[in-house]
Design a protein around this ligand. Sequence first.
Ligand SMILES: Nc1ncnc2c1ncn2[C@@H]1O[C@H](COP(=O)(O)OP(=O)(O)OP(=O)(O)O)[C@@H](O)[C@H]1O
Ligand SMILES: [Mg+2]
Length: 243
Amino acid sequence: MIKVENVCKNFNKTHALHNVSLEVNQGDIISLIGPSGSGKSTLLRCIHGLETIDSGKIYLDGELMDRNNEKKFREQRNKMGFVFQHFNLFPNMTVLENCKLAQIEVLHKSDAEAETVALEYLDKVGLKEKRDSYPNNLSGGQKQRVAIARALCMSPDIMLFDEPTSALDPEMIKEVLDVMKDLGKQGMTMVVVTHEMGFARKVGTRVVFLDQGEIIEENTAEEFFSNPQSDRAKDFLSKVFYD
Ligand SMILES: Nc1ncnc2c1ncn2[C@@H]1O[C@H](COP(=O)(O)OP(=O)(O)OP(=O)(O)O)[C@@H](O)[C@H]1O
Ligand SMILES: [Mg+2]
């Protein structure tokens, strides 16, 4: 589905990504993990076209993502849903309006069509009754579930999550992870930057471990956690599991 080929990305003198290659196949739930500053967000943002890349190539369904081909590039980006750590909901719009907006503006659906789809996904994340609330009157977990519903309203082929639970209070983390787990069960392809090792291990199918802008290790979730190969992954895991 997605193929990242030898991608490099620098910010001035910082090598945020160095020769990164990665394949995401249909139905994969990939956990991108690694220390702070290792390039996880940058990789996700490059895949989504939120950042330009300095060299390398990214393909979606076998087709090159090329920002010079504006129309095509926009269509390709629309096939990917992106969920941010800080929700990025429009505060001046209700939950329902948040979910309808891009459907109408980008996919040119009628108001009624957009509403039907919005309510379907709000129901899926358990928030249909909050349709007329404003984001500021929701809990963090509810906001993030709205953000997920809003992304799903665009019928993406793949969902990209950048630390969707790290801004949440502990008791709200599970409700968001449960929504993501359900999505995975329904066959959604996902790439998830996460510090939730339980999720990565139990829900994720593969782990990609990054350090200093490079992929150090890539394995099935089970193998990665039970039998990490590199010293850097071992060191990382020894720090994130408290015992
Ligand atoms: N817009 C930017 N301008 C300059 N440097 C940046 C920018 N975005 C990221 N970087 C740098 O690129 C490197 C990778 O950053 P990135 O945000 O991808 O890391 P990360 O793995 O997501 O970290 P974290 O776990 O803290 O979110 C870091 O050294 C960071 O300081
Ligand atoms: Mg990050």
